[in-house]
Write a protein that binds this ligand. Structure first.
Ligand SMILES: NC(=O)C1=CN([C@@H]2O[C@H](COP(=O)(O)OP(=O)(O)OC[C@H]3O[C@@H](n4cnc5c(N)ncnc54)[C@H](O)[C@@H]3O)[C@@H](O)[C@H]2O)[C@@H](O)CC1
Ligand SMILES: Nc1ncnc2c1ncn2[C@@H]1O[C@H](COP(=O)(O)OP(=O)(O)O)[C@@H](O)[C@H]1O
Ligand SMILES: [K+]
Length: 464
């Protein structure tokens, strides 16, 4: 599991570690990891040029000490000092290793190969000062390696307010931070590299992200004595004359072999189309979970009321979300930002600016799991736990992809996974299937569903 902690928990763990370590030991570990990661990006030391952007705190100190190490390896290192006072020992070390520093952007001429953003770290307030913005604008085409976090982002919430760094790589220390994983700040973090500081983090993670091993441990697999009914039956109530395709896509997400049987209930002509494409699918009967809503149109309210009567877990998606007055604890709601905004009486922009806060609010409000779709989909539980999906590609933002996801999550619920696991494992598989199917190019929702068994196969085999 990849875990992200809040700043206060990081500071507590750092203080505990420093109590029994020599002075500066943690910063040296951080700087060594940072220098190694920068060298990796540069590919060679001699002939490379790096510019450090240095702010007033220990984040700047990390950058300066790493700069000293890089200068010692033959990299041409300059530091632009963006504060009246910077980390003294770090600056002295940089100078001693042959690096140079200035306070004036005009002293710098040729563009470096790489910027190292040591402006602020976990002590930073959101936004950047004009001097920092000017330096970033002067080298807008140069890739940035962020130290700990891209400066200017709101580290604990993932919000973006005001100017901030856009990193190609963020080298972080001890544990991940919320802004690395949660939108919109995750889009400013680039690739992530964690330098282990051997911290003892006592507080639980603020958010976590499933890794292939976690998914392998959670995936349902049939026992030797399995029968189709013991593996779970999922039912899909979706589609209408206006949107017959949504029924097909939801069924294709449900019918990937993860349960013993799939039922479809909907208009007769839609049911015919569904069974032509998926001959395994049967009609009404007992299920262990329902998927309700994709393409339901005006029938969505009835679909939801009928599914509710069975007292089994329900995935509530798309049109059905507009008819939700109450939910049971074992339900999963799967809105995108626009749908969640309507559910909460908020503006879509407000949800997009603070998805973590809104997903948590919704999970508490309805007392069930809420899966908020987006670039990094969030799965929030009513007790505040949140998982974030880091698989997937932007090509997945395509019509019908959400219908496939709803079907897949429903199948995992029917197989017996608890709602938080079903939603987060489903979202992980959905993203991984999209990445594989897209293979660097465009994608349609149908292709995502077709790819799911292959992703399951590789995950079970430990190839993920
Ligand atoms: N906590 C840890 O476990 C470790 C922390 N280290 C480094 O220390 C950093 C935290 O250092 P600090 O606590 O000194 O804090 P920062 O270096 O993040 O900066 C805080 C300083 O920046 C100023 N400031 C705040 N917002 C600003 C803004 N938007 N623009 C300009 N100035 C701003 C503040 O007034 C304060 O002087 C971490 O991010 C990491 O890089 C590492 O050296 C090693 C381990
Ligand atoms: N920028 C993005 N990067 C990766 N995945 C995305 C991005 N934007 C949306 N997605 C994913 O694409 C899918 C779109 O679903 P949804 O909005 O419900 O569309 P539809 O209703 O047409 O099926 C969701 O799984 C969502 O997480
Ligand atoms: K930084």
């Amino acid at each position: 599991m990849l875990r992200a902690h809040l700043i206060d928990d990081v500071r507590r763990a750092e203080a505990a570690a420093m109590a029994h370590l020599p002075d500066g030991a943690l910063m040296q570990r951080a700087a060594a990891g940072l220098a190694a990661a920068v060298l990796d990006v540069l590919g060679r030391a001699y002939g490379s040029r790096v510019l450090l952007l240095v702010g007033p705190g220990d984040n700047g100190g990390d950058a300066l000490w790493a700069g000293a190490r890089l200068a010692g390896r033959g990299v041409a290192v300059e530091a632009l000092l963006l504060a009246d006072r910077v980390h003294e020992a770090g600056l002295a070390a940089l100078h001693a290793a042959g690096g140079r520093s200035t306070r004036d952007l005009d002293d710098l001429h040729d563009a470096p190969d790489l910027l190292v953003d040591g402006i602020v770290g976990i002590g930073g307030r959101p936004g950047l000062r004009p001097e920092a913005v000017a330096a970033l604008e002067a080298y807008a085409d140069v890739p940035v390696v962020a130290v700990d976090v891209p400066s200017g982002v709101d580290v604990d919430t993932g919000r973006l307010e005001g100017p901030h760094v856009r990193a190609a790589l963020t080298v972080t220390f001890g544990t991940h931070k919320v802004a690395h994983l949660v939108d919109p700040a995750s889009t400013a973090s680039g690739a992530l590299h964690l330098v282990d500081l051997d911290l003892d983090l006592i507080g639980g993670p603020a958010v976590e992200a499933l890794q292939p091993d976690d998914v392998r441990g959670l995936l349902p697999r049939p026992g030797l004595d399995a029968q189709k009914y013991t593996r779970g039956v999922v039912g899909v109530r979706a589609g209408s004359s206006t949107y017959p395709g949504a029924a097909l896509l939801a069924v294709s997400g449900a019918n990937t072999g993860l349960v013993g049987m799939v039922r479809y209930v909907g208009p007769a002509h839609v049911a015919d189309t569904v069974r032509t494409a998926h001959p395994e699918v049967v009609g009404a009967g007992r299920v262990q979970a329902w998927v309700v809503g994709p393409g339901g149109g005006d029938d969505a309210a009835t679909m939801l009321a009928e599914a509710r009567r069975d007292g089994v877990p329900v995935v509530v998606d798309a049109d059905a979300l507009g008819h939700l007055d109450e939910a049971a604890a074992d339900w999963v709601l799967t809105p995108h930002a626009g749908e969640l905004a309507a559910m909460l009486g908020a503006e879509r922009e407000a949800v997009e600016a603070a998805p973590l806060e809104h997903a948590r609010d919704a999970a508490r409000r309805w007392g069930c799991t809420v899966l908020l779709k987006g670039h990094h989909t969030l799965v929030a539980a009513p007790d505040g736990r949140v998982r974030v999906t880091t698989t997937g590609v932007p090509w997945l933002a395509t019509a019908g992809a959400g219908d496939v996801l709803a079907g897949l999550v429903g199948a995992l619920l029917a197989s017996g996974l608890e709602p938080h696991d079903a939603a987060s494992v489903g979202s992980w598989l959905h993203g991984a299937a999209a990445t594989q199917a897209a293979a660097g190019g465009p994608l349609t929702a149908s292709r995502v569903a077709v790819q799911i068994p292959q992703v399951v196969r590789e995950t079970l085999a430990g190839l993920g």
